[in-house]
Design a protein around this ligand. Structure first.
Ligand code: E4P
Length: 216
């Protein structure tokens, strides 16, 4: 499973990238707004840090305005993936942009039927939101399992990007389900490293070694 960082914060992206395990970045209008810089400037800076798919989302909601905005975003850098909301105009824009060779990520997927439409439109990526379904008291991971099954049944090429992953367990379950990509806030990526037995074991190894050879 590819790991993307779900943030527009440059410090977090630099730190994550320095670990050598980040394959791409997803942003959304809320994350861009949090950083306070225009989207063009912010995603260009992200492209300078990570050499992988960088999702930049349109804020237009009407077909021709989405196309215009999507084309502009795609010109920023070869790694930009144009993110579109899963509404009728968004799916239509996905089909049109993909036919022009512009790769798309269709976002805000909460139901497998929506995912079927997005695959048929030829999206490069679909983003089903696990955590937001969990927030409503349902099991968001079922959506990942359903999409993996449906896409396999028909050989759809659209990559399933498990989004709204908030815990290490979400990441593990998305990987077990067969999601192609998981996008994680920095905090979730950082916490994936942690296990008390790793810390305890390392402490014991170093102490045993130091008893015989001293510390460096
Ligand atoms: C990513 O593409 C989504 O915008 C993001 O994962 C949403 O996460 P949230 O539900 O934690 O805001």
């Amino acid at each position: 499973m590819k790991i993307f960082l779900d943030t527009a914060n440059l410090e977090e992206i630099k730190k994550g990238a320095s670990w050598g395990i980040v394959d791409g970045v997803t942003t959304n209008p809320s994350l861009i707004a949090k950083e306070g810089k225009p989207i063009e400037e912010q995603v260009r800076a992200i492209c300078d840090i990570v050499d992988g798919d960088i999702s930049a989302e349109v804020v237009a909601t009407e077909f021709s305005a989405m196309l215009e905005e999507g084309r502009k975003l795609a010109k920023i850098h070869k790694n930009i993936i144009v993110k579109l909301p899963l509404i009728r105009d968004g799916v239509q824009a996905c089909k049109a942009l993909e036919s022009e060779g512009i790769r798309t990520n269709v976002t805000l997927c909460f139901q497998a039927g929506q995912g079927l439409l997005v695959a048929k439109a030829g999206a490069y990526i679909i983003s089903p939101f696990v955590g937001r379904i969990d927030d409503m008291g349902a099991d968001g991971m079922i959506l990942i399992h359903d999409l993996v099954k449906i896409y396999k049944n028909y050989g759809f090429k659209t990559q399933i990007l498990a989004a709204s992953l908030r815990t290490p367990n979400h990441v593990i379950e998305a990987a077990k389900a067969g999601a192609h990509i998981g996008t994680l806030p920095f905090k979730t990526l950082d916490s994936l490293f942690n296990h008390p037995l790793t810390d305890k074991g390392l402490d014991a190894f170093l102490k045993d070694y130091a008893k015989v050879f001293g510390t460096k």
